[in-house]
Design a protein around this ligand. Structure first.
Ligand SMILES: Nc1ncnc2c1ncn2[C@@H]1O[C@H](COP(=O)(O)OP(=O)(O)O)[C@@H](O)[C@H]1O
Ligand SMILES: [Mg+2]
Length: 436
């Protein structure tokens, strides 16, 4: 992607956010309560985005080279750079007002006015860049300038810093989307409200000392793990660590030799897999395993075989709303779908069982980067709707970035556990799984 495309995309994201802030501020002026968590998340996003990515890139490359090529640009660039420099302070003032309003020391309506003043400034800034600076840049910059700028933007998104930064922004953006009042929706399908903190939720899945063998080889050597209602828990680890074996043991298709599995308070250690499915443990298996010759509809129906007939058609429509491509191709054999589409189908099939615990085994495996992102977006959406998810991934970074908590598995043993964020920042994890 070239630098201009990146900048324009970032502008349109900022514009959407500014419009969203305006919208919520108007609601507040009309008497709606203060959405403190939403505003904090939005301001966090702007802080990280502005300070760490967008403005420095513009100042150091685009603006600097444009100044070299044109004196006519100087005035507008001066103004924009002054805006950039003032940005953090403006934001700090807004945060102070937000804190004051949260403590009842500032009327909410006054905060709303300050927010609108801020977003007006932001929108004016973006408009000036789009309408004046970018056209000038297109006209005046030389090919070698563009080579330097594009190079700079590419190196800014190198796999260590760039991807990490983007993952953080996505997480923040997701938080903003989840926290936004229903009336906003950010153009996506409606997202439910954010879960209450996981610690107050009851334990849904409790696994203790679980062991499982293939012949004389012990693949799981005493795994203890729990998932609370509404949590997304990531189980990460290298190939062969035992992730799949663990998920299969939970869903009941893999025998266990020691330990116990409790689900919603009930001991299900010896329960048949179809009975576990009836209780809401639904799995999207490694490698998708869709039935190639069967139609997409029939694949989805298979996922609902434990469900009463009358709800199947309605549930299928919900899956189609989530994955429009599956609706388009509903009558075609599943084997004609691309890898990414088959993954959507595998997840859709699991959802047809109305899971209360969704088990996802390597949903991003073998997919192109863009599709990997799409799969994680889907997981994020499910999470925001309150689904409880146990996610197995070799793609440790992406999985931990969206997980509330994570477990690191090494040759059948849990070696580390913590919040997703702790694990991402853990040196050992970074070295072993994130390639850092
Ligand atoms: N069907 C099987 N028969 C024998 N050994 C197996 C079988 N499936 C997996 N294993 C072994 O069990 C261990 C864990 O495998 P698996 O659960 O598939 O790991 P992961 O999903 O983390 O890649 C590996 O050493 C693997 O070779
Ligand atoms: Mg596996």
């Amino acid at each position: 992607m070239d630098a201009l495309t990146t900048i324009s995309q970032e502008h349109s994201n900022m514009w959407r956010l500014a419009t969203t802030l305006d919208h919520v501020a108007s609601d507040m002026q009309a008497g709606a309560p203060l959405e403190i968590a939403f505003f904090e998340a939005a301001l966090d996003y702007i802080t990280q985005f502005v300070d760490r990515m967008h403005h420095p890139k513009e100042d150091d490359f685009l603006f600097r080279l444009l100044r070299l090529r044109s004196t006519e640009a100087a005035e507008v660039l001066d103004a924009l750079e002054a805006d950039h420099a003032r940005g953090p302070e403006n934001l700090a003032q807004l945060r102070a007002k937000l804190a004051a309003a949260a403590q009842g020391q500032l009327p909410v309506a006054e905060l709303a006015v300050a927010i609108k003043r801020y977003t007006d400034g932001l929108k004016g800034h973006i408009r000036t860049e789009e309408k004046q600076v970018l056209p000038l840049a297109r006209k005046l910059l030389l090919p070698q300038d563009w080579a330097e700028i594009n190079q700079a933007f590419r190196s800014h998104s190198d796999p260590v810093f760039g991807d990490q930064a983007r993952a953080e922004f996505r997480e923040l953006f997701h938080r903003i989307a989840s926290l936004a009042p229903d009336s906003v929706g950010l153009g996506a399908s409606s997202v439910g409200s954010l879960q209450a903190p996981a610690t107050v939720q009851p334990v849904l899945l409790k696994v203790e000392g679980l062991e499982s063998c293939y012949g004389r080889i012990k693949a799981l050597k005493g795994i203890t793990l729990e998932v609370r209602k509404g949590e997304t828990v990531a189980l990460v680890g290298a190939n062969g660590a035992g992730k799949t074996t663990f998920l299969r043991a939970v869903s009941g298709v893999q025998a266990i030799s020691a330990g116990s599995i409790h689900f919603d308070g009930e001991d299900i250690s010896r329960l048949r897999s179809d009975k576990r499915m009836r209780r809401g443990i639904c799995q999207s298996p490694e490698g998708r395993q869709v039935f190639g010759p069967l139609s997409i509809e029939d694949n989805l129906r298979l996922g609902a075989y434990t469900q009463p007939k009358h709800q199947v058609a309605g549930d299928m429509e919900k899956i189609f709303t989530m994955f429009p491509i599956l609706k388009e191709k509903r009558a075609l054999p599943a084997g004609t779908l691309s890898g990414g589409q088959q993954q959507m189908l595998a997840i859709g099939r699991a959802l047809m069982g109305r899971p209360s615990l969704l088990l996802l085994d390597e949903p991003s495996m073998g997919l192109a980067p863009l599709l990997v992102e799409e799969v994680f977006n889907v997981i994020r959406t499910l999470k925001s709707q309150g689904m409880t998810i146990l996610l197995v991934e070799q793609n440790a970074f992406a999985a931990l970035a969206i997980a509330d908590r994570g477990y690191v598995l090494e040759t059948g043993t849990v070696t580390l556990t913590g919040t997703g964020e702790d694990l991402i920042h853990n040196e050992q994890v970074r070295a072993a799984y994130l390639g850092m």
